[in-house]
Design a protein around this ligand. Structure first.
Ligand code: HEM
Length: 166
């Protein structure tokens, strides 16, 4: 459970989020300067570029609809977490990466309902420690090369992220 459910998601959050910081050095500066705590920044990392883009559910009830669209019993629904995390009704300027975003933790990167991620508290501890370590050990990182995506459909991440000192 730790390896399959936990490791991939946390690793890819760190890769995607570090890439977001590399592309927005002014946001990384806020973390390095201590204006934005790692515990806040990690929520924006998940909101902005979540490692799990979608999860699926089956409709188990009759007369089910989303908005005006009826969905028959037994149908499978793909819930696009990545899109929901950019919902302008919830997040101001959703396409902006704002490390100190006040309501970033309202993202649904950990899912929701009775199957909400059981490892979210551990993931938050791991990510906070990782961002703090990067901040202390390597505050001046830059991209060494443009990274490539793995191409996977559900688990959204990078093949590798090569960094260099600025
Ligand atoms: C940033 C890191 C992580 C992210 C973004 C993440 C995301 C998710 C998401 C989206 C779900 C599906 C929720 C749903 O179906 O509504 C999930 C489920 C789950 N996660 Fe995570 N996860 C992370 C880290 C972890 C870790 C570290 C663990 C284990 C230590 C873990 C264990 C699980 C398990 C066991 C489930 C299934 C829960 C169930 O079906 O009742 N996850 N996670």
């Amino acid at each position: 459970m730790l390896l399959n459910a936990g490791h991939e998601a946390t690793v890819n959050t760190l890769g995607n989020g570090t890439l977001a910081f590399a592309r927005h050095p002014e946001q990384w500066r806020r973390v390095v300067d201590g204006d934005v705590p790692a515990a806040v920044a990690l929520e924006e990392m998940i909101r902005y570029d979540p490692p799990l883009q979608l999860f699926e559910r089956w409709v188990l009830a009759d007369d089910f609809a989303i908005g005006d669209v009826p969905i028959p019993r037994g149908a499978k629904i793909a819930m696009l977490f990545g899109a929901a995390n950019r919902d302008p009704r919830v997040f101001d300027s959703p396409d902006e990466f704002d490390a100190g975003r006040e309501n970033a933790a309202q993202h649904i990167g950990f899912g929701g309902g009775i199957h909400v991620c059981i490892g979210a508290p551990l993931a938050r501890i791991e990510l906070e420690a990782s961002v703090d370590a990067l901040r202390e050990l390597w505050p001046d990182f830059e991209l060494a090369e443009e990274p490539q995506r793995t191409g996977a459909f559900v688990i959204w991440g990078l093949k590798a992220l090569r960094l260099t000192r600025g």
